[in-house]
Design a protein. Structure first.
Ligand SMILES: [Zn+2]
Length: 399
């Protein structure tokens, strides 16, 4: 297994360098003096770090800025071409990959059809997508930080993943990260879709610079990605945030988990398809599905109205449990549908401390859209390499 050690990107790993990168990433271009003020690092340390990061092309100097008094200053910004990352997502009927630069901008995209692939077919497919992304957008391979992959489903022990057996066969306890890393030759990070989406919004989206928020992932099922006090929160067995199986209607509709009345049964895309009597949503492309949704406006409004109360209860529960700065609504659900749910869910329950001043709305719609898990996957290696709280991420295999 090759890692990027030995390249100049290695420099980005020290804590202080991460602090500098994070400050510039969240606030935009900053001068050395501004960095000294914001980071509490010494003038000499900042000077050395900036010089090294510019030399390794992770930062670049912007044009000189004149100020009222004294010498003109040089602001430094993130150099988008300083590093790259690949994000992968596997669905029942397709595998998708994106190449993003250090600023999170998508530079290339590859999509291939699949048919409920087991690991033996899926891994070469995912590796070939990674290779095409690399071939199609030639860049210095030593600048590829790694591959992130977002997967639905629960985690078993030791970081291996298990997808819901309902969606894909043969993935139970399959060590995705290790096997894929062997094929692509760079570190591979795996997260569930909700946590990946939360990291994506933290790095490039609406949650930039937030220290505590909950990402509510609405898709085929429902999950929560939690970023609390500056850390990704995963739980003791990597299964925190499985809120789709919180009972919201006691004695309600039966759920695949064996209980009745779970949130998944009322708010997920699966529950909507059931409401619309769509038997196999896997047969339709996302665009066809969205057109169907547009054509069934009344039925969807009825579903959204019924989904609103369970969702409102869950938002209340998340606010009371975690005291987040905001709750980000997102997921693989079409954005038009998310908007409709967000409208129906208002008014939210009255906060317990209504007097407390808020700087953000209680609910914000995510910025990364329906590709949120995929873009979040691409954010994983960047987050892992440049966030000051790097120890919170599971160590990639091979490090
Ligand atoms: Zn359930």
């Amino acid at each position: 297994m090759k890692s990027i050690s030995g390249t100049n990107l290695e420099q980005a790993k020290s804590h202080n360098r991460r602090v500098v990168i994070e400050a510039i990433r969240t606030r935009g271009p900053l001068s050395r003096a501004a960095l000294v003020r914001l980071t509490a690092l010494s003038t000499q340390t900042i000077s050395n770090i900036v010089e090294e990061l510019v030399a390794s092309e992770l930062l670049k100097a912007e044009a000189l800025q004149k100020i009222a008094r004294g010498q003109p200053i040089t602001p430094y910004s993130i150099n988008p071409n300083g590093a790259y990352s690949i994000g992968l997502e596997l669905e029942r009927d397709r595998a998708i990959g994106v190449l993003t630069d250090l600023s999170g901008k998508v530079r290339a995209r590859v999509e291939k059809t699949a048919n409920r692939p087991a690991p033996a077919e899926a891994l070469p497919l995912l590796a070939s997508i990674a290779d095409e992304l690399y071939q199609g957008f030639r860049f210095d391979r030593t600048r590829l930080l790694g591959v992130g992959i977002a997967m639905p489903g629960r985690y078993a022990t030791e970081g291996v993943t298990s997808l819901s057996p309902v969606t894909l066969p043969g993935w139970q306890d399959f060590p995705v990260a290790r096997e894929l890393a062997g094929l692509v030759g760079v570190p591979v990070l795996v997260e569930n879709d909700a946590t990946a989406a939360a990291i994506g919004e933290r790095l490039h989206g609406v949650a930039r610079a937030l220290s505590s928020f909950v990402y509510l992932f609405l898709g085929g099922g429902i999950g929560a990605g939690m970023f609390l006090d500056g850390h990704v929160y995963r739980g003791s067995r990597h299964n925190a945030g499985e809120i789709g199986h919180v009972i919201v209607v006691p004695g309600g509709l039966p759920c695949s988990c064996g209980k009745r009345g779970c949130l998944d049964r009322y708010v997920s895309l699966g529950s909507l398809y059931e409401h619309l009597r769509v038997k196999d949503p896997g047969e339709y492309s996302p665009d066809t599905l969205e057109a169907m949704l547009d054509a069934n406006s009344e039925a969807i409004d009825a579903w959204a109205a019924a989904a609103a109360e369970p969702l409102r209860q869950m938002i209340d529960f998340l606010e009371l449990s975690f005291d987040p700065q905001t709750i980000v609504l997102g997921g693989s659900m079409p954005p038009s549908l998310l908007q409709r749910l967000a409208q129906h869910v208002e008014p939210l329950y009255k906060p317990v401390n209504p007097g407390i001043e808020r700087s953000l709305p209680r609910i914000i719609i995510g910025a990364t859209g329906r590709d949120t898990a995929l873009l979040g996957a691409a954010a994983l290696p960047i987050f892992s390499e440049t966030n000051p709280q790097f120890d919170v991420l599971q160590k990639p295999v091979g490090r």
